[in-house]
Design a protein. Structure first.
Length: 362
């Protein structure tokens, strides 16, 4: 999760206040406002708003797509060996529930080459992250998508760290599904994410959830989806904290005002500065820089000396309590690593200070 701009937080509070003034009315007036938020997001992603569905986070979005995907019995699902635990479990659960097998293919930079060797006639779904949780490694998703399309294999992307940190253009992509968070690099309200579904995928999906928009759709839901029944079927149609979703529009406004290219350029400057500064002061190996620049994402992870790595999650709390330093600990191949995720609200001076704190750890 990332910090949100003040303008987004204030807008969110304002929407909450209006909802609290008349909760009953709020429910009926939610659907046109949710559609407005979805359209603003679509504009930013160069997507058709009809191909998106809003969800509280990427875990829910990935569940809704993966569990809805109809695969022939005894299929094979392939994932990489550096995926996020919760999303691995969705693939594993689907495999166990429906009688498929789950294969793990390693490789990072050589993943695509290894995938080409690993696929067989039973392979029906490949799932990888866009930007991995451990070190911020960036998978070449369009190259993987082109290969999967050629082999008639579905390709789903866990883009938890994608939106906001990478330029996304859904008018051009070859991927079949992309799930993402808005509460990470987009700096949107906590509890907001989305799924983007290629229109080609619609005949292959049977939603696992049901609600108000499953059968005869009441007129007030028709304000959503621009007349597209599929979009209405996949929309959120139950009570949620609508204010969080409405503030997606304000998040997009923030990005448009500052300029997405400018924000992402600054993220990269801070990321590279952070990698250099922490390496220089601590002597730790920057795992994120062990790959060619094209595979480097917005985060930097460091291998820790054994005594620190053994302390696992505890370091997150220690660094926050003692030094006001916000870090993450991630597992890469069963070893705890320290991960830093600088964003535009950070400065070089803060990063230098943080590097000094890390260097003082024993
Ligand atoms: C690669 C990856 N996928 C999925 C998730 C899950 O995100 P959420 O808990 O917001 O659904 C994360 C969270 O850090 C992640 O790093």
């Amino acid at each position: 999760m990332a910090f949100s701009p003040r303008a987004v937080l204030e807008a969110q509070q304002g929407y909450k206040k209006i909802i609290e003034e008349n909760p009953a009315l709020a429910l009926f007036s939610a659907w046109p406002q949710m559609w407005t938020a979805q359209k603003r997001l679509a504009e930013f992603l160069n997507a058709r708003p009809q191909d998106l569905f809003l969800r509280p986070n990427v875990t829910v979005a990935m569940n809704d797509f993966i569990m809805a995907l109809e695969l022939p019995p005894n299929s094979e699902i392939i994932i990489s060996d550096i995926e996020y635990g919760a999303i691995i479990n969705i693939c594993r659960y689907k495999a166990e529930k429906e009688g498929h097998t789950l294969k793990i293919v390693g490789g990072g930079e050589s993943f695509l080459a290894n995938l080409k060797q690993a696929v067989g006639p039973k392979t029906k779904l490949v799932m990888v992250s866009h930007v991995t949780t451990g070190s911020g490694f960036v998978f070449p998703i369009e190259e993987i998508a082109a290969f999967c399309r050629q082999k008639n294999i579905f390709f789903a992307v866990d883009g938890a760290h994608g939106a906001g940190s990478m330029p996304l253009d859904f008018s051009k992509t070859e991927v079949d599904f992309y799930g993402s968070n808005l509460h990470k690099w987009m700096m949107g309200p906590k509890g907001t994410g989305f799924g983007w579904v290629s229109p080609k995928m619609r005949p292959h999906l049977k939603p696992q959830f049901a609600g108000w928009t499953t059968y005869d759709v009441q007129p007030h839901f028709q304000a959503f989806g621009g007349g597209d029944e599929w979009t209405v079927r996949w929309m959120i149609c139950s009570t949620v904290q609508f204010a969080d979703y409405y503030a997606i529009s304000d998040t997009i406004q923030f990005w448009q005002t500052l300029g997405a290219a400018q924000i992402q350029k600054r993220q990269r400057e801070l990321r590279d500065f952070c990698a250099g500064e922490v390496t220089r002061k601590t002597g730790w190996v920057c795992l994120s820089d062990q790959v060619a620049p094209a595979f480097r994402g917005p985060m930097v992870a460091f291998a820790l000396p054994a005594a620190l790595a053994n302390r696992g999650f505890e370091l997150i709390f220690l660094l926050k309590e003692k030094h006001q330093l916000l870090v993450s600990m991630t597992m890469i191949h069963n070893t705890w690593c320290l991960r830093l995720a600088p964003h535009i609200y950070n400065t070089e001076a803060e990063i230098t200070q943080a590097a000094g704190v890390l260097a003082s750890l024993r």
